[in-house]
Design a binder for this molecule. Sequence first.
Ligand code: ZN
Length: 599
Amino acid sequence: MIEYSISSENPAGHYFDISIVIPNPDPTGQLLRLPTWIPGSYMIRDFAKNIVSLEANSDGKILQIEQLNKSAWQVSGCKVNLKITYRVYAWDLSVRGAHLDTTHGFFNGTSVFLEVVGQSDKPCRVEICRPQCPGSQEWSLATTLPVEDRDDAFDFGFGFFRAENYAALIDHPVEMGVFTRFDFIAGGIRHDMVLTGKFECDIERLKNDLTRICEYHIAFFGLPAPMKRYLFLVMVVGQGYGGLEHRDSTSLLCSRDDLPHPLQTDSTDEYINFLGLCSHEYFHSWNVKRMKPKVFEVPDLTQEVYTPLLWAFEGITSYYDDLALVRSGCIKREDYLRLLGQTITRVQRGYGRKLQSAAESSFNAWTKFYKQDENAANAIVSYYAKGTLIALCIDLKLRQISNHRVSLDDVMRGLWQSYLAGKQGITEYQIQDHISELAGVDLSSFLDRLIYGTEELPLVELLNSVDISLIYRAGSGQQDKGGKEEGEPLNVSAGIQVNEISAGLEVVSVRENGAGQAAGLSAGDVIIAINGLRADMKSYQAWLKRSSVCSHHKLHVFRRDELMSLELELTQAEQNRAILHLPDTMSPHLDQWLSGRPH
Ligand code: ZN
């Protein structure tokens, strides 16, 4: 059995110390490597760059190590009991990496555990030791790695853990520190939420909401739940957002203000978003952690793995994350339609939807969605947001043509049943074929247009089929996210997004075919004056409010350190903020969709 051990002699320096004992190394040269990416986050991150020292020995004898590339090493001349010791710098406060200081520690196996190549299918044992710093004796440890022997016999102690193979070893993140913790039962299995950081939270309320959400998802796919227990690991910070799914747990990063304050009774947008994030990662326990694209079954972690299917694994998950909130009674129907209106707005505000399909967005996630620059809104569409709308269209279309007897819910349950029967990865057209099969008619050309096309989605018509009216109006300013009527719509558009800085207004992005682009503005320019008066956010908003379409204006702008004078002609504001309205009386079909009750 391969034995890993992780400790820290110097948490203040953000170093984890790791050792691996390999009883039977490859005598022709043992290859060791660290993943370049972490499943669920489609970007090459080269975690090995954080290894600051690496040694190999056997029976006290130091062995030569040859580095083969940015992430791989080879140790030769050793037949038994090869010991590797190394140190990893851990100062990435995100759900994707590793983070350690004297207040807490967090790591993903992808950041700290070298893979013993050739023995990846072998079980391993992991010792997780208490870091050496003042106060760490108060720390607990949370992970879903199966326990072998731990300080605190039942839960949350340091000690020895097991993993059935390397893939499992890197799919159970670990958090250590002083926890706020609660547990609940949903679908017959134990769930824990462990929070670290400084915050005030109405724990009972959060626990009730989470219980409903988890119960909902388990009932959706059907008992039994695919995991034996489940853990939400939450890092609470001043400003932060993120989530990453794992087979039996999720790591979340949230802002202090996302949590429900004990004195607060209403649901803030931030709290609803946090519940949506929990719901999203939890749904992934089925959709992507178990059902997954075929190419993710044994993913090559040394390089990019391409799939056109993220629209389904992220988009359908994003569709059900908020839908589960309304169906489980955590939010009101009006709240749900506001969230959906915001998603429609996100897609409609970007010109990139006309250039890139959801399948292309999925395929190029590595270099485009995950590496967005100032031109992103012009060039790409989000497979999350557009994927959500594709899922909505499929759901409503199925309901419409089957006289409300079949829905996307049935598609997902059907896919889950075939997964349970064969545990096979999903191929490119399998989901589409399954949809047509359930519909009883060939929907391939409809589906191809949604997934591989760039034309506008038939949202108005399909929402109408469940008596929801979708209207578009112009935004009241760049902060208007849509979903609700917020302030007076602007008549004109300057075709730019700006950010207030001390020197004036920094142009963040320039809209394709917009007024700003025609005037010659570029991202990074700093507008210092409009019509001879100093520019700040307040004067900018007032200017847009009182100006008329086709009016001309003089802008003084710094590009780098060069002063420029430009003339800008304001154009008609686009009607791209979506607002959804419920009918006065709820029809059975609408009720069926929003409640998720079977037909
Ligand atoms: Zn996701």
